[in-house]
Design a protein around this ligand. Sequence first.
Ligand code: GDP
Length: 424
Amino acid sequence: MKNCAIVGINWGDEGKGRMVDLLTEDYDVVIRYQGGGNAGHTVVNDYGKFALHLLPSGIFHPGVVNILGNGVALDAENLWNEIETVRGKGVAVSPENLMISDRASLLLPWHRQLDALEEARLASHKYGSTKQGIAPFYSDKYQKKTVLAGELFYPEHLRAHLTELLKWKNLILTGVYGAEPCSLEQLMAWVECYGEKIKPYIRDVNSYLRSASAAGKNMLFEAQLGSLRDLDYGIYPYTTSSNALAAYAPVGSGLPNAKLDEIVGVVKAYSTCVGEGPFVCEWFSKDADLLREAGGEYGAKTGRPRRVGPLDLVATRYGVQVQGATALALTKLDVLSYMQAIPVCTQYELAGKSTDAFPFPAALEQAKPVYETLEGWGCDISGIRRWEDLPAATRRYVDFAEEYVGCPIRYVSVGPERDAIILR
Ligand code: GDP
């Protein structure tokens, strides 16, 4: 039996989806343990190109059981749309290969509504939410004001529970935001529509995982976003509202006593970030446009242009440390091929001093990047499949990053396709 988590080391969008899609072959069960429809994993394979938001990336592999654990924000409407999309491309989805924890909380329509209302209230101080309802959802979950997926099997109880929640929620909608109240009929119609669709997939995931674990099944825990967006260890308040760290995988998946044998951290060969918050290595104007175009850096969920810049090794090493990564995958190295010389950030300048320690969030706004410049390789590397065939300058770039962050780079990705990978 082997347990492995695949996590993001940076701000998200590192290419976790393609790594899970690649590594799933060795695993029997793939589990999403946090987050919701607010970020997207892009997977390119024989079925086509997909932006998965909720479905685990193992859904494309026959025989793999995919699980949405209790830690996810269960957006039944988006999940159903995603199921329909992948089915439309010939992927089989059934209760045999998709299971939803009965302890996952339901993201309700008012969460999306409140997300948009709060971002509008914040105006120029907004967090840059994707407006998928994630922050209102998790605050409600921790206030014990959502319903669990398993409550769909107790209709009378569910109706009474929602009636109580509705009274409280309408006070907020109308009193705080001056919005229209929600009616019980509207809410029940939504719950009956999407609740019925996902019901066949809902089960006691904890007991399933316990027996899968006892049977020696290999499990892959798939995270969303990255270290710097983790609620507790990221760039608060510009974080997400859940824990994107590997440490949360056992709790959020449904197997709280799971031990992780391996933690594969995914690092992008340069920096990107969606939304607001301090982003020390940000490039602007022409340099940024060139890198954004070369990497196709537009949000998988929103289509928003991503903020881009050189590889930030200060943030990356911190990301590796908080994840406890045992190996790294460096993705999108092919994107840098157009550069003659490649800057990488090895220090921050803060209050007149240089530091290689990642600062407290409030100090991050003042940090300025200090770059070292590495030689570019100036040729297309996307067709290369062996480490020794890479240009010497490319290998030096990878070695430099590896030595700085102190964790082996086991995979080097040179294209979005499943086989565009170099194993070291
Ligand atoms: P995730 O949320 O971490 O899975 O990342 P995204 O899906 O948002 O971003 C990764 C994007 O880069 C997707 O469009 C992938 O198909 C693409 N991608 C992943 N690895 C590589 C790579 O090595 N080279 C190139 N050119 N594209 C890649």
